[in-house]
Design a protein around this ligand. Structure first.
Ligand code: C2E
Ligand code: CA
Ligand code: CA
Length: 253
C-alpha cells in the first residue's frame, strides 16, 4: 500500500492508434510493480493478489488519479487540448465498493480532464458477476460522458445478449485472436465477426496485441477503428510518452 506511486509501483501508458489516420487517440494505463528484492512482478500475478486481499480498490483509485493527472501533463507538454483519452482498468471489487462512482467523479473534477477523455476498461466476467450493480454504475458513468470498454472481448463464455443490456461504447478484441488471425482461418473469421458485430451495435473496435505491420494493415482493411500493440509502441513511462507523441504525430504503415 505504501508503495503506490513510488519507484516500486508506478504506471506505464500504451498508445492506441487510429487505424484510418495513423494518429494517437489515447492510452491505456498499466500498473507496474518492481519489487525491492524480487524485481519485476507481472500484473497477471499481483493484480489477482490485490483483488483477493481487497487492496485493489485503493490501487485502482490511485491509478485513476495518477493516470488522469498524467494525461493532463502529457497533453500540456505535447500541445494537445482535451483531445486524447486515458483508459483505466477496473476489477469486480472496484465496482462492488461503496462510493465507486462518486470517487471517479471526484477524481475527474480534481484532475481537470473532461469525462469524455476517461474510458473505463472492464471484462465480461465483471458484468456477469454483478449485472444489476454494473448496469447502474456504468449507466451513470456513461451519462456523464465516460467511455465504457469491454476488455479481452471474445474470451468470456457468456452469451452475447449482454451487449445490449449494458451501456458499452468500445470492444477490445483480445490479443489471442489478433495473434492468430493471419495464420488461422477460424481466428480471422472471428476477428471479422467481432468487427462486424461492434459496427452493427455502433460501438468502436480496438484490436489488442498488434505486433506486426501485416496485422495492422489487415485490421485497417477490415474496418477496425483502433489498434494497440508492440508494433506501434510498448507500454511506456510518462516521459517517454511525451517524446513518443512529439515524434509520432502520425504513424504510417
Ligand atoms: P490487459 O488489460 O489485457 O492489458 C493488455 C496487456 O497486453 C498488457 O499486459 C500489455 O503490456 C500487453 N500487451 C500490449 N500490447 C502487446 C503486444 O503487442 N504483444 C503482447 N504480447 N502483449 C501486449 P500487462 O501490462 O502485463 O498487464 C496484464 C494484465 O494485468 C492486464 O491485461 C490487466 O488485466 C491487468 N492490469 C494491468 N494494470 C492494471 C490495473 O491498473 N488495474 C487492473 N485492474 N488490472 C490491471
Ligand atoms: Ca485492459
Ligand atoms: Ca485486454
Amino acid at each position: 500500500e505504501a508503495a503506490l506511486g513510488t519507484e516500486e509501483v508506478f504506471l506505464q501508458y500504451q498508445p492506441m492508434i487510429d487505424l484510418s489516420t495513423g494518429k494517437i487517440k489515447g492510452f491505456e494505463a498499466l500498473m507496474r510493480w518492481i519489487h525491492g528484492e524480487k524485481g519485476f512482478i507481472s500484473p497477471d500475478v499481483f493484480i489477482p493478489l490485490l483483488e483477493d486481499n481487497g487492496m485493489i480498490v485503493k490501487a485502482s483509485s490511485w491509478a485513476l488519479e495518477e493516470a488522469l493527472m498524467a494525461l493532463k501533463r502529457i497533453e500540456g507538454k505535447a500541445g494537445y487540448d482535451k483531445e486524447l483519452f486515458m483508459s483505466v482498468n477496473f476489477s469486480s471489487r472496484d465496482f462492488a465498493a461503496d462510493g465507486f462512482v462518486e470517487g471517479v467523479y471526484d477524481t475527474i473534477s480534481k484532475s481537470e480532464v473532461d469525462a469524455e477523455q476517461v474510458h473505463l476498461e472492464i471484462t465480461e466476467r465483471l458484468l456477469m458477476g454483478q449485472p444489476e450493480n454494473a448496469k447502474e454504475t456504468l449507466s451513470e458513468c456513461q451519462k456523464s460522458g465516460m467511455g465504457i470498454s469491454i476488455d479481452d472481448f471474445g474470451t468470456g463464455y457468456s452469451s452475447l445478449s449482454y451487449l445490449h443490456y449494458f451501456p458499452i461504447n468500445i470492444l477490445k478484441i483480445d490479443r489471442s485472436f489478433v495473434m492468430e488471425m493471419l495464420s488461422k482461418d477460424s481466428s480471422m473469421e472471428l476477428v471479422k465477426s467481432m468487427i462486424g458485430l461492434g459496427k452493427n451495435l455502433k460501438m468502436k473496435i480496438i484490436a489488442e496485441g498488434v505486433e506486426t505491420i501485416e496485422e495492422a494493415q489487415k485490421l485497417r482493411d477490415l474496418g477496425c477503428d483502433m489498434a494497440q500493440g508492440y508494433y506501434f509502441a510498448r507500454p511506456m513511462k510518462e516521459e517517454d510518452v511525451i517524446e513518443f507523441i512529439k515524434e509520432n504525430r502520425q504513424i504510417d504503415f
